[in-house]
Design a protein around this ligand. Sequence first.
Ligand SMILES: Nc1ncnc2c1ncn2[C@@H]1O[C@H](COP(=O)(O)OP(=O)(O)OP(=O)(O)O)[C@@H](O)[C@H]1O
Ligand SMILES: [Mg+2]
Length: 275
Amino acid sequence: MRNIFKRLTANEYRSKGDTGNPEKHPLIGAGDFQAGREKTPAVEVKAVSHCYGAGENRRQVLFDNHLTIHPGEVVTMTGPSGSGKTTLLTLIGTLRSLQEGSITVYGRATKGLSAAEAVKIRRKIGFIFQTHNLFDSLTAYENVKLATTLADWSGREVHGAVVDILAAVGLAERCSYKPGKLSVGQRQRVAIARALINRPKLILADEPTAALDKDSGGLIVEILREMANAENCAVLIVTHDNRVLQVADRIVHLVDGQISSMPNMDRCLLQAVVE
Ligand SMILES: Nc1ncnc2c1ncn2[C@@H]1O[C@H](COP(=O)(O)OP(=O)(O)OP(=O)(O)O)[C@@H](O)[C@H]1O
Ligand SMILES: [Mg+2]
């Protein structure tokens, strides 16, 4: 397997200066590191409940959820349709306002954030959602490059990094293609490249392999696992895909708006639960 993130860390990313140096990462304080692992959880969800609608139409969809994810951990979340997985993911990603309970991302509380503070946290998160939201008028290369404007890149580094990340998701030959000329799976891979280009410290992925064939789905799973290992970033993936479940450190199950965490259960058992 191509070890893309190790390669990028050694080359294009070196001049970004934050490799292995916690002080350079704005969301992580130097004191949080211990032997290369942060003590502060990447995500801490406590007593989170959520309702949609108002008045008579108000309906509670999340009930008293607790979840902790550490840097370097790959956690998958499964559960029936409508159980609240996307709602919880968007709350963690600060894409939805938190109503009840608390969520921290690398120690930062996400409740009552100003728009500017929320943007600052979101810049450290790589989002991969079911709908890819690519710009139709931009090429694959330009779509990924656009994301680099959110981070501190110099022009020269950007070109190599964008080309490399597109190659890593198997799209080296498609850099100049616009979304309309790409398959659904290829578009999803562009979206994944875009989510990873800024080396997020947290990746939130909602069914990232659902639109992909076996080979490209497997590639994405490997990349996410490698990203967690090489970059010590935390990954939360909503999925029913067995390939993803196999690389997960932990699987949590969300049923009727409530997580039943099974932290120390053997993976075979977990898989049996999901199946
Ligand atoms: N914007 C919204 N307004 C009102 N209700 C919503 C909204 N978004 C989701 N819901 C409801 O909240 C519940 C949880 O939805 P959510 O999308 O989080 O589920 P999910 O587990 O991600 O489902 P799926 O596996 O189908 O994606 C569902 O009953 C859904 O109908
Ligand atoms: Mg969903």
